[in-house]
Each structure stands twice: as C-alpha cells, then as structure tokens.
Design a protein around this ligand. Structure first.
Ligand code: C2E
Ligand code: MG
Ligand code: MG
Length: 432
C-alpha cells in the first residue's frame, strides 16, 4: 500500500483517521506557523486490551474501542482530532496545550475507562499515555511521535496506568538499556565475546593470607571501556541472557581455579549466581559436569547467591542449593545486611557462609554503635553456625577491628586487593 493511499485511510473499527493522516496533519501544523507552533502530542495505549479480545471476542473488543475513542474525543476541545495509531493505541496533538492540561485529560480518561459500557463489568481496563511537547521535545512529526511513544513505554515500565512526559535523560537511559540488550545478545551469541572475569583476593582474617578469589564479571564496550557489572547484569537478568552467560562464567572461573591450584592446592573460587540462573533446572548438572571435566573438587567452589530480587519460592531455591551442597559445593549468602538479604533471608536460606555487605561496615570507625552492629551481626552468624566473610575492607584499622574484635573468618576488600585481570591476579598468587 503506498503512502498516499494510507493517508486517506481511516481505521475500519473506529472510523478514526490513521497514523499516516496523523503524521501529515502534525507536519502541516508544525510547518504552517513559521516554526512557531507550540503544543503537545499524546499517545494513549490501552494496557491490557488484548484480554478483552481474547476473553470476550473481537466483537466486544471492537465495540469497546469505539466507546473508548468517543470518550477520549469528548475530553478534548472540538477542534482537536483523535487518531488511531495501532490496534489499541490512539494519538492526538493539541496546539497550545500545556503538560498540565494533558495530565487533566489523562485523569479523566483513566476514570472513564472504568465505565466503558461494553467492558465495564468484564475487564478492569487501564491505559498508559506518553506526551511530547513541541517544539521542546521535537520539531518534526516523526520525532514527536517517537518521543511520545518512548515516554509511554517508559511510563509502562514503571508500572503503567499512568501518564509519562517525555524527558531527555530518562529517554537516553531507556535507549541505553535497549541498545545494551542488543549488544549483550550479540556478545553472548559469539561465545561471550568481550566478557571477561576479574578476580578479587579473599584472605583468611586471622593471618591475612590469600586463600581464594571472587570471580567478578566485566564487559568491554566497542570503545574499549570496561563496564562494571551493575551496568549490565540487570539487563542480562531481565532478558535471561544471564543463563548462557552464567555457563560461561562458571566454566571460566573453574578453569582459572584449576590453574591456580597448581600454586595453592586449596585455592577456592567464589562464583556469583543470581536467582534467575536457578530458573534453569539443569544448572546443577552443568556445574557437576564442569567440575568433572576439570577434575575439580567441589569443595573448591563457593556459589554466592546475589540478592537483588525477593524470593517468592524458598522451597525451590533451597532445593536447588541443597543439590549443590550434596555435591560438596559451598553456598554463600551475598550482600548480607542490604536489600533483600535480611534476617528473613537468614531464616529461610540454607547456606554455609555469610558475606557481610560493604555498606554495613563502611562507617564502622565512626561510632561505637556501628562497631557493635557489625560485631554482634558476626556473632549472630557464628552462633547460627555460619562462617563470615566481610566485604569492602579498605583500611588497616577496619581489618584489625574485624579480626580482633569481631573474629571474622575471611576478608575481601581493596585493602587486600582490588578486582584485577587474570594475569595480574596470577602474579599476585605466585609472588605471595
Ligand atoms: P558482589 O558479589 O557483592 O561483589 C563484590 C563487589 O564489591 C564487587 O563489585 C567488588 O569490586 C566490590 N568491592 C569489593 N571490595 C571492595 C572495597 O573494599 N571497596 C569498594 N568500594 N568495593 C569493593 P563489582 O565487581 O562491581 O560487582 C558488583 C556486583 O555485581 C557483585 O557484587 C555481584 O552482585 C554482581 N556480579 C559480579 N559478577 C557477577 C557474575 O559473574 N554473576 C552474577 N550473577 N553477578 C555478578
Ligand atoms: Mg559476590
Ligand atoms: Mg557482596
């Protein structure tokens, strides 16, 4: 269908003019007033409309769409036209409108959706809207529509059933995530190209002697910049790419551990595992196979469960980790004291080792209260039968306090070494 034909077309269900008509009318508006046009573009997307079609059929869906379209039009001044963008998306531009007016229109729409006759007693229907203002957020129709839609998508990611105004910073952050998802996917498809592991020393608290390392993931961007995991692990988790990446991480970490046991036979490797990785039922079998291939004793491996997500099914998590523990692998609770890693976690999660988060100890020298908090947290863990590794130790004084007063078992922190590339860690190990 050529563009000219599309322009004259209207949506067969509602009779509203379509996207092409919208873009043309908006372009005319923008060019008609010597570039001085001001106003708002709004996109309205029904959040769960497919449920209407799937549950009650297309006829009810079509009727509801017509009633919704009529409702939106009723909230607008008579000269503002409504257009149909997609199956359940509408859009409009309102010359001279301010963001506050768009918010009022949206609120009226939000309320009216509860009363759409065709679906009122059937489905709780909501809508998410995105607004871009002209000329500030764009000076051509394509850009304005793109930005209004992006504002809508971001508002939906925040839970939907709300209106979002285009905001350049939020848009850049969202675009970054979308682009990163693509880059991560390509990297992983190419055998985890550009991913690599850093290793941070772990030492016995009483002697300060190195006994192992934590493997920490990094990713190198095209420009050569090395990204820390907090910038991409959430993306890997959300897309479940953490599952194939996790295999690679385990394989590489076990390989390095094997190599370093030549220098230190009891060398231990800690590997981070996020809850998403447990969704893969075969993870335990994969780890077992990996250990066999490298002839590695299971006790050399510690799996650290990183918090970051609340656990809804403890039985499932404990079953998975029980399988690892039966093999002889040790399990650690990471980041204890922050986020979701709380007393509740301690009560429900069956593990061998607790890693005290660095935020718990960062201001330990400031007050006796802070010192007591750490000291008695460690005491609590010990009395429950767990070993404790304290993270984030940067100063000698803190180390001495943790060693002498708190009787911590292990220390990991910049004071003993930062996360470093494999070759550099290896030199450290050989020289110690
Ligand atoms: P984590 O597992 O708690 O790892 C410790 C983090 O604390 C590391 O940050 C390390 O660089 C940092 N750290 C250690 N000692 C100090 C210190 O003395 N001072 C300060 N300021 N920081 C210290 P990193 O490497 O940025 O990793 C952040 C988080 O990303 C990790 O926290 C872990 O939750 C996650 N992560 C890293 N690698 C992986 C991985 O391979 N898989 C999964 N699922 N998550 C990973
Ligand atoms: Mg960790
Ligand atoms: Mg940690």
């Amino acid at each position: 269908m050529d563009k000219e034909n599309c322009v004259v077309q209207s949506d067969p269900v509602t009779g509203l003019p379509n996207r092409f008509a919208f873009l043309k009318a908006l372009d005319d508006e923008l060019h008609g007033s010597n570039g001085e046009a001001k106003g708002a573009v709004m996109v309205i997307d029904l959040d769960n409309f497919q449920l209407v079609n799937e549950t009650y059929g297309l006829r009810v869906g079509d009727e509801a769409l017509c009633q919704i379209a009529e409702n939106i039009a009723n909230f607008m001044p008579p000269d503002v036209l409504l257009y149909k963008l997609d199956v359940d998306q509408f859009c409009l531009f309102w010359p001279e409108a301010m963001p506050e007016e768009m918010a009022i229109v949206y609120s009226s729409l939000q309320l009216s959706l509860r009363e759409i006759p065709a679906i009122a007693d059937k489905i709780y229907c909501t809508a998410t809207a995105g607004v871009a203002m002209y000329p500030t957020d764009g000076t051509d129709a394509d850009t304005l529509l793109k930005h209004a839609r992006a504002a809508k998508t971001i508002a939906r990611l925040e839970g939907g059933d709300r209106i979002g105004l285009f905001e350049q910073n939020a848009y850049e952050a969202w675009k970054y995530t979308v682009i990163m998802q693509g880059l991560m996917k390509t990297s992983i498809a190419r055998g985890c190209e550009n991913f690599f592991l850093y290793f941070q020393p772990q030492v016995h608290a009483d002697t300060g002697k190195l006994y192992g390392a934590e493997a920490l993931l990094r990713w190198r961007s095209e420009s050569g910049e090395i990204l820390p995991p907090l910038e991409f692990i959430p993306i890997l988790e959300k897309t479940r790419l953490i599952i194939p990446a996790g295999h690679w991480i385990i394989e590489e970490a076990v390989k390095a551990c094997k190599k370093w046991q030549k220098y230190l036979p009891d060398f231990q490797m800690s590997i981070n595992i996020s809850l998403y990785q447990l969704e893969e039922q075969m993870l335990c079998a994969f780890v077992e196979d990996c250990l066999q291939r490298y002839e590695m004793e299971p006790k050399s491996i510690v799996l650290e469960l990183t918090e970051g997500q609340s656990v809804s099914n403890w039985d499932f998590v404990n079953e998975q980790f029980a399988a690892f523990r039966r093999l002889g692998i040790q399990i650690a609770m990471d980041d204890f004291g922050t986020g979701y890693a709380t007393l509740n976690f301690l009560k429900r999660f069956e593990c061998d080792l607790i890693k005290l988060d660095r935020f718990v100890i960062e201001d330990i020298l400031d007050s006796e209260f802070n010192q007591n908090l750490v000291k008695y947290s460690i005491k609590l863990c010990h009395s429950l039968g767990y070993e404790v590794c304290v993270e984030g130790v940067e100063e000698a004084e803190v180390y001495h306090f943790l060693r002498d007063e708190c009787k911590a078992d292990a220390i990991q922190g910049f004071y003993f070494g930062r996360p470093e590339p494999e070759e550099i860690f290896e030199k450290r190990l050989i020289q110690q």
